[in-house]
Design a protein. Structure first.
Length: 152
């Protein structure tokens, strides 16, 4: 795993273009899918009905796209570590895409690249383009530009 570690948020200004990862693997279990369905109220059969999904287009249940996207928050600290900060804030995302489905039991890993870094609101605003991919898949599951603010 290749994690970018900086000793101060200002060092991110010189890290543009740095590649990150891969992260540690994470298996997407049916339990996680069910918990996300319960939390969001999205209990469509393709996510939670294993018997019906087995006959469906993917041969098993699939993770919600937004579940896959939310895992960016799980993977980002594995890719980027900022020391000597008072806090880090999730500022948002841009350009979110879901090129392929994540079937139950898939193993996901994330990679990234620091796309930009600039001073903003008393901190450093960083855009990391993250790619979440399932082992063996032809296309990534999610590509997202995450935006974070790190305050000294």
């Amino acid at each position: 795993m290749s994690q970018c570690v900086v000793d101060h948020p200002n060092e991110l200004l010189d890290a543009i273009g740095q590649t990150l990862g891969p992260s540690e693997p994470l298996v997407v279990t049916q339990e996680r899918i069910n918990q996300f369905a319960e939390a969001t109220g999205d209990d469509q059969w393709i996510h939670v009905d294993q018997a019906r999904a087995a006959e469906g287009p993917f041969g098993r249940t699939i993770a919600h796209g937004y579940l896959t996207l939310s895992l960016a928050a799980y993977f980002l600290p594995q890719l980027l570590s900022v020391k000597n900060m008072s806090m880090g804030v999730n500022y948002g995302t841009e350009k979110v895409r879901f090129p392929s489905a994540v079937t139950e039991g898939s193993t996901l890993r994330a990679t990234g690249e620091i796309i930009s870094a600039e001073e903003s609101a008393g901190g450093i605003k960083v855009v990391v383009r993250m790619t979440l991919a399932a082992d063996g898949a032809e296309r990534p599951a999610c590509v997202v530009d995450t935006i974070s603010l790190f305050y000294p």
